[in-house]
Write a protein that binds this ligand. Structure first.
Ligand code: GLC
Length: 741
């Protein structure tokens, strides 16, 4: 529609119609299948307001969306099409690894391909907006939503944000992509103690340097929407934070798209203690710049009264409504309200062989080999293998936030290994994912009947246990597939105990007693504490929730079809008590190593190590890649120079190896102390067998700046250390100076 026509439409709309465009409800309000998670409550919204609603949450499928579109447009005085928005976080029907695993690929180009596929499938099902990428930096795996994030580092998350937004929006003009809605703005990942929906409080220097860059990368990549956070940042709820939404997002970053709240977060402003009542919430949220109120009665019930009593100018409503109409117009919905969707097209596009092949490749690249004593992996394929564990033949490999995917589409580890090993493979469950019925009940998604299906009775458990020991005794190698329940991770999945459940550890101890080689495969949505299983196992593979093709990817690595190249996107602690634990920490005046103090009076714990079990960026491969010395083209730079770095890699193995070369730096002395290391660049390169390769980096000197507590970027002259290596600990180093002008 031409702009002037759109202007005429806006001018002709009644106030209730314009307010309707600022309301989003989920399927149950339209007699449509609803799968939205979160507090389902009747919101006290009038039928007239429901009929004027401008967008719908988590209703997908060509048939359902077309039916609902027809129904809603017929009721709308100007027959304005609704926008369909959904949680497509890491795949729609073809499910890729959870974003924490996508981060562990360190391969933005590959992840971009995955998000393009996700956008194609979601668009074919009539959806236009995906509430992704979630790029919240997180330093604390007690928080269940680490699952949804690419990880703990601002730069890695920013590169992934760019790839995910670009992937989603690649085919948008052909109505085969998705509008990307980056979330959760801002710093939701900083919730204190990893407790869900808790408050985040930090200096502006920390916010700008460690938490905002991924959102800005998404905006710079052209994401059309931003979702505000449910949490408070420095005492202000993100949903009504005028400084964050107006000054930072719109004025500093130039964002001019649509701002949507998170689920009921406008309604929750009263609970936060930020608004006195719904009327106050509506005023504060709209004044802060929030356009769409998701799944709450506040805008629907309060905005008209605020305009009519003069508290709010209708122009503010017009501005918000205009942004929503613009987005619908940009998508061509006024000309084609069905967004090109057809049931025939939908049937053809999902889970095709090529999409599954990509999911398998991405999953394989997300797997992180954490331990491989005496190179017991890869298996030769001739061994007798006892596959044991609750995840061995489990189809729930897609994680809690793949809400439009189906576990039934997954290939299990057993199915994948059976294909290759045939008679040489035995299988038994061995034990359950969890035997703690109270905890499972507390997850809020499992009925008592479902719990009896996932928790074996004692007799069956004993039978599984005995069978496991018998199978292991008769085998050369045990593959033990364990981890956390998929409903434990994800939203509202905060937990204080990150160890594997006792029943899983007890069986491992018994298996270890047989003296067999053991490969542990860990399925989890976050770093778990594995320090009590490292000495009971020979190899450990961190598999995340690996997605639809996860079983095949795990088999590919175990059987050596591919050498693992995943590198941790988040630190694995030695124990929960260390959290929050991350690599880009400050030195303190008494670092445990290299301090003028010794013994007790240094920064440490008296009852646990200070170091993590596995560091950020860590992962093993079948090829041992050697790193040469760092070469700097010059080591004295002015502020507008570029630091040219090169390093030679040697792959003396028979393996083709993908290797992520990581570049970190430390600013020796700064007016705001800087982390001991900060990731400044990385490249994933392919090394042919028996080859050498020189990898180069060109890093503008300005990249070595930091943010002060006014949110200003500062580059101070002085000495800098550069680190290049295979992870954040094993690095070569060099020194360079940035001169004063
Ligand atoms: C949830 C999540 C958000 C999601 C939204 C819609 O509470 O916080 O990430 O997109 O509601 O389902």
């Amino acid at each position: 529609m031409q702009q002037e026509k759109l202007r005429e439409l806006l001018a002709d709309m009644s106030l209730p119609e314009k307010i309707g465009q600022l309301v989003q409800l989920s399927g149950e309000f339209f007699q449509s299948k609803d799968i939205s998670y979160g507090p389902i409550q009747k919101l006290g919204i009038s039928q007239e307001a429901i009929d004027l609603t401008g967008s719908v949450l988590n209703v997908t499928g060509a048939h359902a969306t077309k039916q609902l579109q027809e129904q809603q447009m017929a009721k709308q005085p100007h027959h304005i099409p609704v926008l369909f928005m959904a949680d497509v976080i890491y795949g729609f029907k073809t499910i890729f690894p959870i974003p924490l695993g996508l981060g562990a690929t360190w391969d933005p180009e590959l992840v971009q391909q995955a998000f393009r596929i996700a956008g194609n499938e979601a668009a074919a099902s009539g959806n236009q907006v995906s509430f992704a990428p979630m790029v919240d930096v997180t330093h604390d795996p007690r928080w269940g939503r680490t699952l949804e994030s690419p990880g703990e580092d601002a730069l890695l998350n920013a590169r992934m944000a760019t790839a995910m937004v670009t992937g989603f929006q690649t085919d948008l003009a052909e109505k085969a992509g998705q509008v990307s809605c980056v979330k959760h703005f801002a710093a939701y990942g900083g919730v204190e103690a990893g407790r869900e929906y808790n408050s985040a409080d930090m200096s502006l220097s920390n916010l700008y340097q460690n938490y905002l860059p991924p959102y800005k990368a998404a905006v710079d990549a052209g994401c059309e929407m931003v979702m505000t956070s449910l949490s408070t940042l420095n005492g202000v709820p993100g949903t009504a934070d005028k400084w964050l939404l107006q000054d930072v997002l719109k004025k500093q970053w130039g964002f001019d798209g649509v701002l949507i709240s998170d689920y009921a977060s406008v309604y929750e402003l009263v609970k936060h203690g930020y608004a006195t009542d719904d009327r106050d919430s509506a005023l504060k949220a709209l004044d802060a710049g929030l356009d769409i109120d998701m799944k709450s009665p506040v805008y629907a019930n309060e905005l008209q009264g605020l305009v009519e009593d003069g508290s709010l100018s209708e122009d503010r409503i017009d501005q918000a409504c205009w942004r929503v109409l613009q987005l619908k117009n940009k998508l061509g919905l006024f000309e084609d309200p069905y967004f090109g969707t057809s049931e025939e097209a939908e049937k053809k596009i999902n889970l095709t062989a090529d999409k599954r092949a990509l999911a398998r490749k991405v999953a394989a690249e997300s797997l992180v080999l954490l331990q491989n004593k005496n190179d017991i992996l890869p298996l030769t394929g001739a061994e007798k293998v006892a596959l044991i564990g609750p995840y061995a033949d489990e189809k729930s490999l897609i994680g809690m936030w793949a809400v439009h995917g189906d576990p039934a589409d997954c290939v299990t580890i057993k199915e994948a290994l059976q294909e290759e090993l045939g008679e040489r493979l035995t299988y038994t469950r061995g034990t359950d994912i969890s035997r703690d019925k109270e905890k499972l009940r507390g997850l809020g998604f499992l009925t008592d009947e479902m719990i009896t299906q996932v928790v074996s009775d004692d007799e069956t458990e004993q039978k599984h246990h005995d069978e496991a020991l018998k199978n292991a005794q008769a085998a050369d190698v045990v593959i033990y597939a364990v981890g956390e329940h998929s409903f434990e991770a994800g939203e509202a999945g905060s937990k204080t105990n990150l160890h594997l459940p006792d029943n899983q550890v007890n069986l491992l101890n018994d298996l270890h007693g047989l003296g067999k080689k053991i490969v542990l495969v860990n399925i989890s949505g976050r770093p778990l504490v594995l320090s009590n299983v490292t000495d009971k196992t020979d190899a450990i593979i961190q598999a995340w929730f690996p997605g639809t093709e996860g079983g095949l990817a795990i088999a590919d690595v175990i059987l050596g079809k591919v050498s693992p190249s995943g590198r941790l996107s988040m630190t694995f602690p030695y124990t929960e008590g260390q959290e929050p634990l991350y690599y880009a920490h400050l030195s303190t005046g008494r670092p445990q190593d290299g301090s003028q103090h010794v013994g007790r009076f240094v920064s440490r714990y008296i009852d646990a190590p200070t170091a993590p079990l596995y560091a950020f960026g860590y992962g093993l491969s079948y090829a041992q890649v050697e790193y040469g010395k760092i070469k700097l083209e010059k080591d004295k730079l002015s502020a507008n120079d570029t630091l040219k770095v090169s390093i030679e890699l040697t792959n003396a193995s028979n393996w083709q190896q993908k290797e992520t070369v990581q570049v970190y730096f430390h600013d020796d002395a700064a007016s705001i102390v800087q982390p001991v290391k900060r990731l400044i660049d990385f490249k994933k390169v392919v090394l042919a067998p028996h080859s050498k390769q020189i990898v180069t980096f060109a890093i503008p000197a300005m990249y070595f700046s930091f943010y002060d507590n006014q949110g200003e970027s500062i580059l101070e002259p002085g000495t800098f250390h550069l680190f290049v290596g295979a992870n954040s600990q094993d690095v070569a180093s060099a020194t360079f100076e940035i001169l004063d002008k």
